[in-house]
Design a protein around this ligand. Sequence first.
Ligand SMILES: Cc1ncc(COP(=O)(O)O)c(C=O)c1O
Length: 401
Amino acid sequence: MTVSISDLLNTYGSPLYVYDLGLIRQQAAAIQAAFCYQPTRFLYAIKANPCPPVVRTLSAAGFGIDAVSPGEVAMALRLGIRPQDILYTENNMTDAEMRQAMDQGVLITCGSLDRLAALAAAGATEAAVRFNPRIGDSEHAKTLTAGPLTKFGIHHSQVDEVLAIERDSDLRVVGCHMHIGSGSLDAEAFVAAMQVILEIAARLTHLRFIDFGGGIGIPYREDQQGIDLPALGARAAALMEDFCASYGRRLELRLEPGRFPVAEAGTLYTTVTSVKTNPAEDGHPARTFVGTDTGFNHLVRPCMYGSYHPITNISRPEAPPQVVDVVGNICESGDIFARDRSLPLPQPGDILAIGCAGAYGMSMASTYNLRPLPAEVVIDGDTVTLARPRTEIADLLDAWC
Ligand SMILES: Cc1ncc(COP(=O)(O)O)c(C=O)c1O
C-alpha cells in the first residue's frame, strides 16, 4: 500500500479509522474455502463493523447479513441487501420491532419461547430458533453467549416447548441456530456445541438450514495461533453430511462470522499528545504514560474486555524500545489501551497504529466526554475513500440545543 498515513491524518483528522478492503476480501475467501460443505451460506454479522464499503465488499463476496437490531436490518436494506439474505437474530425484541421485521420480509431467529409464541400468534409462518447448547467459548466472559449464565437462546432442554408452539400454530421452524460466543480460538468447543445443536435439529422436522453462528477469533497477540479453519470446516462438513443422511434432506449450513473477516483489516491511527513519567514511588517502579488523542470512547475493547491490540509507532520505528502504558484522553482511570507495552519510545506528534481494530471498534464507539467520533476511511489498493466524515462537536450539541 503506498498510501501515506500522515497525509490521511492531515486530510481527515486524527484519530482515524482505516479499513483495508483487500484484506477483508482475503479473509472472506479464506473462510469460504475452509467450509467446504455444500451448500454453505455466509452471513456477515454486521454488528462487527457496519461501515457501508465494508458491508458492500462482503456482500459482493457472496455474504448475506446477520442483523441483531432494527437499525442493522435497516442498514442492510439501505445497502441493497435483499430481505431474504438477511437473518434477524433477535434478543429481547419488542412487538413493534417484530412486526416491522415481518413487514420487511426478514426471517427472525427467536431467542426465547415467548417471542416464538408471539411470532406464531402474529401469523408468521416461518422462523428460526436460537438454542443455547450449553457449551460456549469466547475471548472474555462478557462475550460468552452459551451456558447457564447467558441471556441468549432457548435452553437446549426446551425443544418440546418449541415443538408445542409449532404444533399449535402455522409457524414452522426452518432454521436451528446457535452462537456460542465471540472471539473463540478453540475449535473443540465449536465442534462440541455443533453436536448438541444437531441433536436438537434432529427433532425439528421442517428445517431448511442449520446455523452455527459466528465467534471465530483472530490472533490479536503475536504469539497466538488462529483456529485451523480448514480442519474445522472439514469437521463441520462431516457432521453435516452424517446429520443430513439421517435427516433425509440436505440442509444448508450457515455461518455468521463478524470479527473474522474484518478485525485484522482495521487500524485506529492516533497521535501522541503527551509523554510523561511518574518516578518510582512506594515500591512501584517508574511508569511512563504515552497519552493519545483517542480513548475508550473510540475503541472500548481493551477497557471493557481487557483485550490486547498490537500497537506500533509508525513515526519512529527505529527509536529505542521502552516499556510504557499507552493511554487515552478520556477522563477515566480505566482509559488504557496497553499496560507495560514495549514500544519505540514515542514523542508528542508521533502516530501510533492500533491494529486489529476493524471489528467491534467504531461500531462500539461513543461520544462520551462529548468527544466526537473519528472519520472512517477505506483503502482499496491505492484508492482511498472517505466512508464517514469525522463528527463535529456542533453535531453533538445540536442534538440537544
Ligand atoms: C447472533 C450472532 N451471530 C454472529 C455474531 C458474530 O460473532 P463474531 O464477530 O465473534 O464472529 C454475533 C456476535 O456477537 C452474534 O451475536
